[in-house]
Design a protein around this ligand. Structure first.
Ligand SMILES: [Zn+2]
Length: 105
C-alpha cells in the first residue's frame, strides 16, 4: 500500500508521466482516498502552472541552464524522499519550482 510519504516522493515522476502503469494507478488510488495528499497535489499543480507562466517571459534565463547542472539538481531533488516531510516541502518549494518550470515549459 502506498503511503503518503511514498506518494510525495514520486510526485515529480507522476507529474511527468514517468511512472509505470501500476505505480500510476496506485498513486491515483491514493489521491482518491487521501484528502491531505490530494490537496498537496492540487497545490503542486497550481505551483507548476504559475511557474510555467512566470518563466515564459523571454528574459527569465532558465533556457540557459546547463544540462549537467539540471541533471544534478533533479537527482538531488529525487533523493529528498528520505528526509522529514517539512524539509522535503521546504526544499522542494525553493529548488524544484524553477527547475520544473524549466522542464515543463
Ligand atoms: Zn496521503
Amino acid at each position: 500500500m502506498l503511503t503518503c510519504r511514498g506518494l510525495v516522493a514520486r510526485l515529480t515522476d507522476f507529474s511527468c508521466g514517468d511512472l509505470t502503469l501500476s505505480q500510476e494507478r496506485e498513486s491515483k488510488r491514493h489521491l482518491a482516498r487521501c484528502e491531505s495528499c490530494a490537496s498537496y497535489w492540487r497545490s503542486y499543480r497550481t505551483t507548476v502552472a504559475l511557474e510555467r507562466e512566470t518563466y515564459r517571459e523571454p528574459d527569465a534565463g532558465w533556457g540557459e541552464m546547463p544540462a549537467e547542472l539540471a541533471g544534478k539538481i533533479l537527482a538531488a531533488a529525487r533523493s529528498l524522499g528520505s528526509l522529514p516531510w517539512h524539509l522535503v516541502h521546504l526544499l522542494s518549494g525553493i529548488a524544484a519550482g524553477p527547475l520544473l518550470a524549466f522542464y515543463l515549459r
